[in-house]
Design a protein around this ligand. Sequence first.
Ligand SMILES: NC(=O)C1=CN([C@@H]2O[C@H](COP(=O)(O)OP(=O)(O)OC[C@H]3O[C@@H](n4cnc5c(N)ncnc54)[C@H](OP(=O)(O)O)[C@@H]3O)[C@@H](O)[C@H]2O)C=CC1
Ligand SMILES: CCCCCCCCCCCCCCCC(=O)[C@@H](N)CO
Length: 321
Amino acid sequence: MVLFGLLLLPVLLLLLLYFIVRPRPINIPIKNRHVFITGGSMGIGLAIAKQAASEGARISLLARSVDQLQKAKESICQAYEVEVSIFSADVRDYDAVERAINEAGSIDVLVVNHGVYYVEEFETQGLDVMKTMIDVNLMGSFNVIKAALPLMKDRKDKGPASIALMSSMAGQVGTYGFAAYSATKFGLRGLAEALQQEVLENNIHLSLIFPPVTETPGFEPARKTMPEITKIISSTSAGMKAEEVGKITIQGIKSGSFSIPCKLDGRALVIATAGLSPQRCFIMASLEVVFAGLFRFVALLLQWNWYGIIEKKKITEKKKQ
Ligand SMILES: NC(=O)C1=CN([C@@H]2O[C@H](COP(=O)(O)OP(=O)(O)OC[C@H]3O[C@@H](n4cnc5c(N)ncnc54)[C@H](OP(=O)(O)O)[C@@H]3O)[C@@H](O)[C@H]2O)C=CC1
Ligand SMILES: CCCCCCCCCCCCCCCC(=O)[C@@H](N)CO
């Protein structure tokens, strides 16, 4: 009897969530569709492009450097028989972005991946550097989506479409040395949550990807200048290769996930920071409901650990002075 009761509760929870999760689950096809990737000329963006190409998508890449775009196109065309178009534009320049997108034609999957990161304590980082991150990462994403949305709504096949935004684990938890960067990535979450409510009727589905530190051309210089404390805290989650993040991104987009973690600890972080984000998968929704308290506890343990590290470092720094 007790056993029956114990089994009934989870079954009821699963059943209830199965019916109430909104938006409803969706699958977004990639094959033969037009995938437009900003920051697609290298790093994570190029890895996403290659994964999409391997699944038979038509690819468009946008970035600034024509040289780098050309190289990216060649490396994709060498490996896969797909159409690749390249567009040189700065995401901060709305007119240039609009021209590129209009030329590329109606988009089925828009991956807003471009981004810059300069890691430094708030006090020493210049306002100009902070503004650059906000302009590129945040306003640049607004520019791209603003320019693409009318065309996306007008797409011919009316099949499920995707807007995927590249956030970061630093967009789920504020991280030492990442004040401005974290702000831009947290900002993307607000954008995605709000926009999802507006474009669902157009069969457009939002995704946010949350990678840990990833080996890319852009990360090399960032690692060199990173504060010691940032290195320690960010290594809480092991680093990844761009190719792995590329695969997971396309997989996540296809399965219509709103939040796309990149590893198991990333999945735990999604649960710990679920808030009022949509969750389409009733099984994940059940895990969130059941494990919310436990993961909050783990989060508090992590904060205990991080603040301990910071305190120790500051004491040894003072002794050196
Ligand atoms: N690497 C990491 O550790 C992590 C990265 N991320 C995020 O993933 C995304 C990609 O990062 P990653 O691959 O490392 O970056 P890279 O620096 O390796 O590549 C960045 C890409 O964005 C383009 N880009 C940069 N600025 C602009 C601009 N103003 N206008 C148009 N395109 C631009 C670059 O081309 P060009 O310079 O020619 O314009 C390039 O194609 C970013 O949003 C980043 O924040 C998230 C978590 C971890
Ligand atoms: C409850 C479960 C907790 C799971 C562990 C949480 C670990 C958080 C670590 C934060 C790391 C942030 C790295 C961002 C790197 C980045 O975005 C790059 N652009 C930087 O160069």
